[in-house]
Design a binder for this molecule. Structure first.
Ligand code: AMP
Ligand code: ZN
Length: 112
């Protein structure tokens, strides 16, 4: 499949890993929008949050179980924001579900 994040999961494209296990991968965003900016992806390909269903939602729940540990591993100590873009109006640019973890600084209160 021609999917950037599947290729990162496969190791075909390198990434700076924060955490990995058999179900998920967390790595630093190549173009950080906060002092600390990590992406968390399921290894199972899911296009976007709009494609979460009964069959794959366990992977999403597992990501949220692991986010506190991932944030701590990335050095986030004072809170973080979790963002996922879904579909054209959100400006989703990679069609493999991912959660942005933003922290390491006081973030702006509003996103627009
Ligand atoms: P989104 O716009 O929500 O789809 O987010 C995609 C994110 O992937 C952006 O923040 C990009 O900076 C990031 N990104 C794109 N290519 C890479 C890469 N090779 N390694 C790490 N992050 C990437
Ligand atoms: Zn994928």
């Amino acid at each position: 499949m021609d999917c950037l994040f599947c290729k990162i999961v496969d190791g075909q494209i390198p990434s700076k890993k924060v955490y990995e296990d058999e179900r998920i991968l967390a790595f630093y965003d190549i173009n950080p929008e906060a002092n600390i900016h990590v992406l968390v992806v399921p290894k199972l390909h899911i296009d976007s949050a709009n494609d979460i269903n009964k069959e794959n939602s366990k992977e999403v729940a597992y990501i949220f179980e692991k986010i506190p540990e991932i944030a701590a591993l990335a050095g986030i100590t004072n809170g973080y924001r979790i963002i996922t873009n879904s579909g054209p109006d959100s400006c989703q640019s990679v069609m493999h579900l991912h959660f942005h973890i933003l922290g390491g600084e006081k973030l702006p209160e509003h996103i627009r």
